[in-house]
Design a binder for this molecule. Structure first.
Ligand code: G6P
Length: 355
């Protein structure tokens, strides 16, 4: 218990450690004066024509997020569940294959990386664990520097993976970054801290008790966060939770929506995506579902929501990191109110070393 520093669970301690972890992830990699991102990677970035990201679980959600950032830099990027990756995925391509793995020991991810190597692809591990199998076996390694994570449910390592992949995308894109983007990156740790200082998620969790199921929706960079928010909640509370792309609601999931199924909607910024997601929020509200809006207030979604979880204003991509922190807290307090064994959920392991 000493390792919990007074927290009831490692998970809450690790959630609270995020500002520090993210500072470490950014340290020495973002040059404010030069406006550059630099990574200590001995990789010929001019030779990278396309990328494949392979991962499992929470790391897969970070990979989905990272792929969007890579594509925004003009670098083709596809994401694969590591356990679905085989040589046919590499047909006709010579991508840089990026294994995203906290532990660096997940058998499925190591298997995918070995498949890539056997096909002659260059490999990069994005991992939290120095000396891990992934770090040793890949041609290159980028460390996310989150520090040890004990709770089975990944929290700080996800935020650190998001940030490391953000930096990787900028670096592969040439490394020159405009001052506003640099400032937004550097503000992440204190913006996360401001969310941690807010008690709203705990209050909302109490209000949502005894729901039949929980659905998370988001678009663009908030889509992987919707998936991750649902995964976190199901892992530690054992409640039924699903994440959807907001635009997919009308293609099926809407049939599940009732007054007993809260919808947790990520609506940040005020762009086309946010406006469309507000439309989705109106649809579920019309069907009586309670809405929890995770928002920076720019899209005026509050008027359609029963509950609001606030995030500070930033870029659309970083907003998806901040929203996830609110979702971590929400999952934690729902599971805590239910008395679940949060750090060691039934049937789950921190690292799955069998295929
Ligand atoms: C297990 C853990 C998850 C983790 C996944 C991938 O399922 O319970 O939290 O996301 O493995 O682990 P990795 O170490 O490869 O990121």
């Amino acid at each position: 218990d000493a390792g919990k520093s007074g927290y009831e669970h490692y998970m809450l301690k690790e959630i609270q450690e995020q500002p520090r972890a993210l500072r470490k992830c950014l340290r020495g990699r973002v040059d404010e004066i030069e406006g550059r991102v630099s990574l200590d990677l001995d990789l010929d970035r001019s030779g990278v024509d396309s990328t494949h990201l392979v991962a499992c679980g929470t790391s897969y959600h970070a990979a989905l997020y990272g792929a969007q950032l890579l594509r925004a830099q003009g670098i083709p990027a596809q994401t694969f569940l590591a356990n679905e990756y085989d040589e046919t995925c590499l047909a006709g391509e010579r991508p840089l294959v990026v294994g995203v793995t906290q532990s660096g020991e997940t058998a499925d991810t190591l298997g995918a990386l070995r498949t890539a190597q056997a096909a002659g692809a260059e490999t990069l591990a994005v991992t939290n664990t120095i000396g891990s199998s992934a770090a040793r076996e890949c041609d290159h390694a980028l460390f996310v520097r989150a520090g040890p994570e004990i709770g089975v449910a990944a929290t700080k390592t996800f935020a650190s993976q998001q940030t490391a992949l953000h930096l990787l995308a900028l670096w592969l894109g040439g490394g020159d970054v405009d001052p506003g983007h640099i400032a937004a990156l550097r503000a992440i740790p204190e913006q996360v801290q401001s969310i941690l200082d807010d008690d709203s998620a705990r209050e909302v969790a109490a209000e949502l008790a005894d729901s039949a199921a929980y659905f998370f929706i988001g678009r663009g960079p908030q889509h992987p966060v919707a998936l991750e928010g649902a995964l976190k909640l199901k892992e530690i509370s054992y409640e039924h939770a699903e994440g959807f792309a907001a635009g997919e609601l009308k293609h099926g999931p809407l049939a599940l929506v009732t007054p007993e199924t809260p919808i947790i909607a990520m609506v940040t910024g005020y762009d086309e995506r946010a406006r469309k997601t507000v439309g989705n929020v109106k649809e579920v509200q019309a069907r009586g579902a309670p809405v929890v809006a995770v928002t920076d207030g720019k899209a005026d979604v509050e008027q359609y929501a029963q509950h609001v979880l606030t995030v500070p204003e930033t870029t659309p991509e970083i907003a998806a990191l901040l929203a996830n922190v609110q979702l971590q807290l929400l999952a934690y307090w729902i599971a805590r109110d239910m008395g679940r064994p949060i750090d060691k959920p039934r049937n789950l392991a921190k690292s799955v070393t069998v295929e």
